[in-house]
Write a protein that binds this ligand. Structure first.
Ligand SMILES: Cc1ncc(COP(=O)(O)O)c(C=O)c1O
Length: 411
């Protein structure tokens, strides 16, 4: 018997790691690697931020599990209050879960209960998770769905603009806005749609930022039809794009915000937020979960939010995002085969000619520079850079040198 672990996980590297600090992870043989994956956009404050670690340690001595149905522990309301301060206007009431998929499921259940409508609209290329409902909402790659039928019904897929590939960016936004309204005339009636769930920047689907006019148009159409506008900020939230939430760049006010990943620096924790009136339409007992609102997760989230709201923190994210972006653009100009450079804040990407080249670049960065990268996109043609938000200028430069060399070496 070799491994006792299931083979179902796809692997980004074969590294065996023992610890992490800031932007770095250390392997069993004592080597350090620069982690531009952040464990898939999770370690917002870096690996083992001292403030987050201390908060978890302190909390572990008080309570490891205080089940929300049985009693209420003393970090739940403080976390709700803190989230209300940093969330888009109108979002002031929260439900806690453990993962992004669970939070997305919760948002769908809230939307169905609150509106009395059965349908959900999602967007092409999106990724919302791996449970049956969220698989059915995911169209970034067929592998997530294949072999798992039957999937839940009542999900309709609208187009999501990719202005990088379009000849005319405005026409592409028009096409997709028309696609949404056509969907509501042809595939389902608006009166039967509870929510439209959208990633403001496609994550797994290829780091594709939605143009402002598109997001605003969808939000407006939702309001006109009484459809809830649900922002899946699982990957984009908690400072990743240089604002607390990606919708903050546009001043959008979603009805529901879905949060996970960066919320607690790696402690399994997720949440949905909505206005108090909307949340009040979710019948008590119709949803819940054994671990949601776990005290360690709440402590980690509160400490994470402390770090993210330190004066100048998000300015720093934007500055280092701009530094990374400028470097990527220089790489794009210098090398053949770079089709696009795109992203927001510290959520940046290079699109290359094919997925084989992306895999070769990742392999070269790992083997020659000890830099961990991930891909994205339907065909794996996108190299995504999602470093810890605390990455330094020097580490950004190191990553850029590695990428420059790897893209040259794999031409
Ligand atoms: C936008 C988005 N939504 C939902 C999820 C699902 O989160 P989890 O893997 O924690 O279930 C992900 C995970 O990558 C994501 O990027």
């Amino acid at each position: 018997m070799g491994s006792h672990l299931a083979g179902v996980w796809f692997t980004v590297t074969d590294l065996q790691v023992t610890s992490g600090k800031g932007s770095w992870v250390t392997t069993v043989d004592g080597q350090s690697y620069l982690d531009l994956s952040s464990g898939i956009a999770v370690t917002s404050t870096g690996h083992c931020h001292p403030h987050v670690v201390a908060a978890i340690q302190r909390q572990a001595e008080r309570f490891v599990h205080a089940q929300v149905n049985c009693y209420r522990h003393d970090l739940l309301e403080p976390l709700g209050a803190r989230l209300a301060e940093i969330c888009p206007p109108g979002i002031d009431t929260f439900f806690f879960a453990n993962s992004g998929a669970e939070a997305t499921e919760a948002a769908v259940k809230l939307a169905k209960q609150a509106t009395g409508r059965p349908g959900i609209v999602v967007f092409e290329g999106s990724f919302h998770g791996r449970t049956h409902q969220t698989m059915a909402m995911t169209t970034s790659k067929a592998v997530y769905r294949a072999g798992h039928a039957p999937l839940p019904s009542g999900i309709f897929v609208a187009p999501y603009p990719n202005v990088a590939r379009a000849v005319d960016a405005d026409a592409e936004v028009d096409r997709c806005l028309e696609g949404f309204t056509r969907l509501l005339r042809t595939q389902t009636s608006p009166a039967e749609v509870a929510a439209a769930v959208i990633e403001p920047v496609l994550g797994e689907g290829g780091y594709v930022p939605a143009p402002a006019r598109f997001l605003q148009g969808i939000a407006d159409a939702c309001r006109d039809h009484g459809i809830l506008f649900v922002a899946d900020e699982v990957q984009t939230g908690f400072g990743r794009t240089g604002r607390m939430f990606a919708v903050d760049h546009l001043g959008l006010e979603p009805d529901v915000v879905v949060m996970a990943k960066g919320i607690a620096s790696g402690f399994p924790m997720s949440a949905i937020g909505a206005g108090a009136d909307l949340m009040a339409r979710w019948p008590p007992g119709s949803h819940g979960g054994t671990y949601g609102g776990n005290p360690l997760g709440c402590a980690a989230a509160l400490a994470t939010i402390d770090v993210l709201t330190e004066p100048g923190f998000l300015d720093g994210v934007r500055a280092r995002g701009a530094r990374l972006r400028a470097g990527l653009e220089r790489i794009g100009e210098r090398h053949e085969g770079v089709l696009d450079v795109r992203g927001v804040g510290l959520m940046q990407a290079l699109e290359l000619v094919d997925g084989v080249r992306v895999a070769a670049v990742m392999k070269h960065c790992l083997a020659e520079h000890r830099v961990i990268l991930m891909n994205a996109g339907t065909d794996g043609t996108v190299l995504r850079l999602m470093p810890p938000l605390v990455i330094t200028d020097a580490e950004v430069d190191l990553a850029l040198r590695a990428l420059d060399d790897a893209i040259g070496a794999t031409a």
